[in-house]
Design a protein around this ligand. Structure first.
Ligand SMILES: Cc1cc2nc3c(=O)[nH]c(=O)nc-3n(C[C@H](O)[C@H](O)[C@H](O)COP(=O)(O)OP(=O)(O)OC[C@H]3O[C@@H](n4cnc5c(N)ncnc54)[C@H](O)[C@@H]3O)c2cc1C
Length: 405
């Protein structure tokens, strides 16, 4: 069951919406269904273990499996997908994390082709609206800031679901939060907490597909070299300080007004707004990134932020915006399996553009050849993006078990 807000004009109700039947994948929907857990008392020593069941961790597991290595994926949350998250309304998935990929991203393109998933262009017909600080709006026909972006049919969650389906039964272990990694000789011991208490998994090598800041916060025995721990801790997690608001409607009234749904606003609380409707048919949706920082959002509270965002949509698009089928807010800054406290820093300290991501050749000391940091932020070319997460997964698998000529 999915807990969303169903709104009628002037009143707010929480409703429970049946998840099935649906066109959308549920593997990364929130809250998640527990999946079977294969961890047993006779846990073997694994060649490799992957920490984090986001798209990077799943892609790494699939790439290793193609090389004959079945690596357990230990995932703290009760769902796969990490920052890829959606909710369902009217049988469609609406993204609360990423929505876009771009041309020229070969790693994600390859996985989409293997999964048989289609892409379609971001809706960009009609005028962009600019909203000034005093609320005045102006139309800019033909200006489409996300005009070259592509969307995945079913959302990025469809790719997460496709990867998860490729894993062996029980390989993905939900509700398994890694707290510590200890090296004893050639064996790495991972300490886990979950609903059934504490447990341990052992492996020869560990890939950390978790945001670098969260990786640095794990307890390592012996300790990571200080320089490396500091470097990892200083890497901002992409979008972790942000919040995304989605409003679902029966009709695409903005399109009927000759608008693309793109809005740039100096008034807020949504700083930018875009159309995230499905490729055909409804329900239709607009989403916005909050311009308020995490402290500002916390001060307003979830209901206050949702009410303010709804008022802004009415200011920009008129009365039809006041009759949503569903509204949903996801604040990533208070999600401990994405954001560290430093990610909720004020806007000036948060990355507005992609920082220079990547993982230089840092000393790993006693962990050399044992640990790999592979979350998207460690990718030099596409760090922060889905593409970066998948590219790092592939590089890791290739280095772990090079393909035979
Ligand atoms: C609002 C938003 C919008 C975005 N928009 C875009 C976009 O349009 N296009 C784009 O390409 N990218 C976008 N991104 C970024 C994109 O989501 C990420 O690049 C990608 O999902 C990262 O994948 P990952 O597997 O590296 O990390 P994550 O998705 O963060 O996965 C890490 C996993 O590790 C798990 N974990 C954490 N700690 C532990 C632990 N101790 N033990 C076990 N498991 C743990 C987490 O639960 C999570 O599942 C956006 C992100 C957000 C939040």
């Amino acid at each position: 069951m999915l807990h969303i807000r169903q709104l009628t004009k002037g009143s707010w109700h929480h409703i429970l919406v049946a998840r099935a039947p649906t066109k959308a994948p549920a593997v990364n929907a929130e809250p998640a269904d527990p999946m079977p857990d294969a961890a047993t008392a006779q846990e073997p020593l694994h060649d490799a273990v992957i920490v984090g069941g986001g798209i990077g961790g799943l892609a790494a597991a699939v790439a290793l499996a193609a090389r004959g290595i079945v690596a357990p994926v230990l995932e703290a949350r009760g769902r796969a997908g990490g920052r890829i998250l959606s909710f369902e309304a009217g049988g469609q998935a609406f993204d609360l994390g990423p929505s876009w990929i771009w041309p020229g991203q070969p790693a994600v393109a390859r996985l989409l082709a293997e999964a048989g998933l289609a892409v379609f262009p971001q809706y960009a017909e009609g005028a962009l609206v600019h909203q000034q600080a005093d609320g005045q709006t102006a139309r800019y026909p033909g200006f489409a800031p996300m005009g070259n972006a592509l969307r995945i049919a079913g959302g990025p969650g469809a790719l997460v679901a496709a990867l998860a389906r490729k894993l062996a039964p029980g390989q993905l272990r939900l509700h398994h939060a890694v707290t510590a990694v200890t090296r004893s000789g050639d064996t790495l011991r991972l300490s886990l907490t979950g609903p059934e208490g504490e447990s341990e998994v052992t492996a020869r090598r560990v890939a950390l597909a978790v945001p670098p800041r969260l990786a640095a916060a794990l307890s390592f025995t012996p300790a990571l070299p200080a320089e490396t721990a500091r470097f990892l801790d200083a890497i901002p997690t992409w979008m972790a300080g942000h919040a995304k608001f989605v409003a679902v409607y029966a009709e695409p009234f903005w399109r009927q007004q000759g608008l693309s749904g793109d809005v740039i606003s100096r008034r807020g609380p949504l700083a930018e707004i875009h159309d995230i409707s499905p490729p055909q048919g409804g329900p239709y949706a607009l989403f916005g990134f909050l311009g308020l920082d995490a402290a500002g959002r916390a001060a307003l509270g979830q209901d206050g932020v949702i009410a303010a965002a709804r008022r802004q949509l009415v200011e920009v698009f008129g009365a039809p915006a006041d009759t949503p089928l569903a509204l949903h807010l996801k604040d990533w800054s208070d999600d401990p399996f994405t954001a560290a406290p430093a990610d909720a820093a004020p806007p000036a300290e948060r990355p507005a553009a992609h920082p220079a991501y990547g993982m230089p050749d840092l000393p790993l000391g006693p962990w050399s050849g044992r640990l790999a940091f592979i979350a998207t932020e460690t990718d030099r070319e596409n760090g922060g993006l889905i593409e970066g997460a998948i590219a790092r997964a592939q590089t890791f698998a290739e280095a772990f078990a090079p393909a035979r000529p």
